[in-house]
Design a protein around this ligand. Structure first.
Ligand code: NAD
Ligand code: UFG
Length: 343
């Protein structure tokens, strides 16, 4: 019998790419998403890519009774939990929405799992749980010390899941700490579709390349890094998605609850990203050096060795592939999923 996986937030950026890889790996999928930051069109395209429709329920995780009804209506073997808000700046402006959606949404999900004896969970965490790391590369043993409400929700949820796993025999969970996901599916059918002006580097760079904005604002060139600009561990979203397939397999071997970094183990600077993106698009992408962005850290990248040991997984794509696929998606879907909705 096929293993059935409930994917929360499966219509989103990382969730949709993970649905593709899980379906191709032979899992039966049930997606729940309230579409607060995504489009139903995405799952139609996922269905096209995998050759079968994806079962979808439009549902908010905090609507506990609806969630219970869903669990009661079908067998679920494991949960991959992406649903939540993710914008650092918004979380500073409106912390209650973040604690409510991310933390209360997760508690509602865990209660439904407990009630229905579903004891396998993969959770989307973030390297942001560390705040300012003491040293790089960052290992999973680095203390949790988040510096903004979004990061606090991720750290709290990690702790809640650890407590729940410790309290209930048979529960197993992996807390996957993503570094900086970028890129898109090589088919260019699914990709990141940020609402409004993108705040992350790669989507902004690609919007500049497409002519939507005049230049990239480089936030600081006076960090103690090799060229003075911020260094991050960019990871291709398809590699990240495959990390979830490896994690589901590993859940059968892992005891209890464990945090695992999903990164490449390599840091790239802002100027290196702009340079590689310029090669992908075929012309120099304009940029201007500006002041530092408040709250930014100089450098963070993963120690990716635990993922290799425990999951047998490592990232395969380099920055060239990340820029090529992100550009391909941007070029073919200039207004994201909206372009195809209106046609
Ligand atoms: P996304 O916004 O594209 O996807 C999240 C999905 O969850 C959306 O489709 C949204 O509609 C849905 N959702 C939100 N709240 C919900 C609720 N209460 N009930 C049901 N559905 C709900 O974001 P993403 O980039 O795909 O991120 C997925 C997860 O990975 C998030 O938990 C995010 O915090 C985490 N993460 C993302 C990054 C990143 O840079 N993208 C980095 C680290 C961790
Ligand atoms: N940057 C620019 N110009 C921009 C945007 C970003 O110079 O227009 C710089 C930043 O200063 C930083 C680097 O590019 O040095 C990366 O910035 P991003 O905003 O793309 O990514 P962050 O590392 O700041 O944060 C992202 C997500 C967080 C998540 C974290 C780790 O926004 O939610 O990655 O996964 F927690």
């Amino acid at each position: 019998m096929m293993t059935t996986v409930l994917v929360t937030g499966g219509a989103g950026y990382i969730g949709s790419h993970t649905c593709v890889e899980l379906a191709l790996a032979g899992y039966d999928l049930v997606v729940v998403d309230n579409l607060s930051n995504s489009w139903p069109e995405t799952l139609d395209r996922v269905g096209e890519l995998v050759g079968r429709p994806i079962q979808f329920h439009r549902l908010d995780l905090r609507e506990h009774h609806d969630l219970l009804n869903l669990f009661a209506s079908r067998r679920i073997d494991a949960v991959v939990h992406f649903a939540g808000f993710k914008a650092v700046g918004d979380s500073v402006r409106d912390p209650l929405s973040y604690y409510d959606n991310n933390v209360a949404g997760t508690v509602s999900l865990l209660k439904a799992m407990l009630r229905n004896d579903v004891a396998r969970l993969i959770f989307s965490s973030s390297c942001t749980v560390h705040g300012l790391p003491r040293s790089v590369p960052v290992t999973e043993g680095e203390p949790r010390n988040p510096v903004n409400p979004y990061g606090c929700t991720k750290a709290m949820i990690e702790r809640i899941i650890e407590d729940q796993v410790a309290a209930t025999s048979g529960w197993r969970a992996l807390l996957l700490r993503y570094f900086n996901p970028v890129g898109a599916h090589p088919s260019a059918r699914i990709g990141e579709d940020p609402i409004g002006i993108p705040t992350n580097l790669m989507p902004y760079v690609m919007k500049v390349a497409s002519g939507k904005y005049p230049y990239v604002h480089v936030f600081g060139d006076d960090y103690r890094t090799r060229d003075g600009t911020g260094v991050r561990d960019y990871i291709h979203v398809v590699d990240l998605a495959k990390g979830h397939v490896a994690a589901l397999h590993a859940l059968e071997r892992v005891d209890g609850c464990q945090a695992i970094n999903l990164g490449t183990g390599r840091g790239c600077s802002v100027l290196e990203v702009i340079s590689e993106a310029s090669k992908a698009v075929g012309f120099p992408i304009p940029y201007r050096i500006e002041g530092r962005r408040p709250g930014d850290i100089a450098e963070i990248y993963a120690d990716a060795s635990l993922a290799a040991d425990v999951l047998g997984w490592q990232a395969e794509h380099d920055l060239t592939a990340m820029c090529r696929d992100h550009w391909n998606w941007q070029r073919k879907n200039p207004d994201g999923y909206r372009s195809s909705i209106s046609t």
